[in-house]
Design a protein around this ligand. Structure first.
Ligand SMILES: [Zn+2]
Length: 486
């Protein structure tokens, strides 16, 4: 078991550490080439579903916005129910979770929520929209109302809500109420998102609407929250921004022994396409990570070089990567690290790791650039292989640590950079796994898993449910000569 790993309880607050990898300028390592060429390297097997933005209007994860109308435009769901007896309708599953959300808000002492407006048919939306056009003109109407065939309310998955007192119905002041703040912080636990958050009109096309909830399912909502994506457009951007070099969290990225940077795309055709070269000069890696460092919706690369530099290569929407930005300089080759969102206080993914001293430190990525000073979050972690993942599916990332004897231990994160509850063994026999890489969206939007590379070069993917493994299958072979990015 993990008796060797000990946590510092609370005393870490402000406990700054020894001189450790600091930030620096002056990149000193290889930049990536921006040319792409197809290469044949290790084969992959087994089909994988598409992770493209979802267009089926009956799918709970469907993406509907001003450039993606419902298809067909006249779509009407078949399982609408009267939500909470309000006379407003929603699809049955969404309505059931809405009950949970309302109960949760009441239990939290917010004063409760009220229902304002749910399902609207194509015909009804047409009346609403043209009413606004007549009143305000089309330009303004388009910022506050969807055109018929373009409304989330037509999916049966959207519900406008207000505070129970009703004083902020369809008003931005709802976001300032106790109930509105609770909804913004907790809706994902019930499968809902605040679809049009403040400050993202340029992305969503809509003004801030703290009252407009969209049901997307718990898996997708918690995944968006965990990874810090503010909108569905951000979440699917890696797929719709077809030019980006890394298109989704389901893709595999690796460097071969000659330093070629390779992407293995998960395709709609039901497998990985052949490797595509997306860079060169990637020799000298200790480890590398696929991560959206600046949460702009395009995947970036974090490189941990053998020369001690930790650098980020920002993915460009049109393809390729910007030159390296050094986010940590000196000593990083001696660290064992993992990368991910480690506290709700910071939306961007940070770094958790230890030197040979076994002291576990969290380095916040506060600005999407250089790392901030670390805080100590544990000790006795020597010899552990680390992977950040959300084992419970509760929206707070955990650390899965593999011991030298092959036990896989879940150290449950409390969502605030600390740990919660006892560590539990969630796997054994993992000593044959060399690399444990988180994967996202491999078996559908919002799904999560761990892809692990065995010593003999096979790849296996383990699906993650709530405190359990869901699937297990081989997804590749012949990876011996490759450095699989985590
Ligand atoms: Zn609405």
């Amino acid at each position: 078991m993990a008796a060797c790993a000990v946590f510092l309880a609370v005393a870490v607050a402000g406990g700054v550490v020894t001189a450790l990898p600091a930030t620096a300028a002056a990149p000193t390592v290889n930049a990536t080439a921006k040319t792409a060429a197809t290469t044949k390297i290790p084969t992959t097997v087994n089909p994988l579903p598409s992770v493209d933005a979802i267009g089926d209007p009956a799918n709970f994860s469907v993406l509907v916005n001003k450039s993606r109308p419902l298809n067909p435009a006249s779509y009407a769901p078949s399982d609408l129910v009267n939500a909470r007896g309000s006379g407003q309708y929603m699809r049955a599953e969404a309505a059931a979770w809405l009950n949970g959300l309302f109960q949760g808000a009441a239990d939290a002492g917010t004063g409760g929520l009220s229902i304002v407006s749910g399902y609207r048919s194509y015909a009804t939306q047409s009346q609403v929209y043209w009413g606004y056009v007549n009143a305000y003109g089309q330009a303004y109407a388009d910022t506050i109302s969807a055109r018929p065939g373009y409304s989330e309310h037509q999916t049966g998955l959207a519900m406008d809500i207000g505070n129970a007192a009703g004083s902020c119905g369809l008003s931005t002041c709802f976001g300032d109420t106790v109930a509105g703040k609770w909804v913004a912080a907790n809706a994902h636990k019930y499968g809902f998102i605040v679809r049009y958050p403040n400050g993202y009109t340029g992305t969503t096309g809509y003004s801030y609407e703290p009252w407009h909830l969209r049901y997307v399912g718990v898996a997708l909502a918690t995944d968006m929250n965990r990874r810090g994506f503010p909108t569905m457009e951000h979440y699917f951007a890696g797929n719709t921004a077809a030019g980006a070099s890394i298109k989704s969290g389901a893709d595999l990225v690796a460097a071969d022994s000659s330093g070629r940077l390779l992407r293995y795309p998960a395709t709609a055709a039901g497998g990985y396409a052949g490797a595509v070269q997306i860079g060169s000069g990637w020799t000298g890696l200790k480890q590398a990570f696929v991560v959206d460092w600046d949460i702009d919706g395009v995947y970036d690369l974090l490189a941990q070089w053998n020369n001690g530099v930790l650098g980020v290569y920002r993915g460009l929407p049109g393809g390729g990567f910007a030159n390296q930005v050094v986010v940590g300089n000196g000593g990083w080759e001696r660290m064992t690290i993992t990368v991910g969102k480690w506290t709700h206080a910071h939306g961007r993914p940070g770094v958790v790791g230890y030197f040979p001293d076994g002291v576990l430190r969290y380095y916040p990525n506060t600005f999407g650039g250089a790392l901030s000073a670390p805080q100590i979050i544990g000790k006795g972690w020597n010899g552990m292989e680390l992977t950040i993942a959300d084992w419970e599916g509760d929206g707070a990332n955990d650390i899965l640590a593999r011991t030298g004897s092959g036990a896989l231990i879940n150290y449950r994160g409390d969502g605030w950079a600390g740990f919660y509850g006892p560590a539990t063994t969630v796997g054994t026999g993992w000593q044959y796994m060399r690399v444990l890489a988180p994967s996202f969206g491999l078996t559908g939007a919002g799904t999560r898993g761990i892809t692990a590379q065995t010593a003999d070069g096979n790849l296996y993917n383990y699906g993650l449910g709530r405190s359990q493994w869901t699937t297990y299958r081989q997804v590749g072979s012949g990876w011996n000569g490759l450095k699989l990015f985590k």
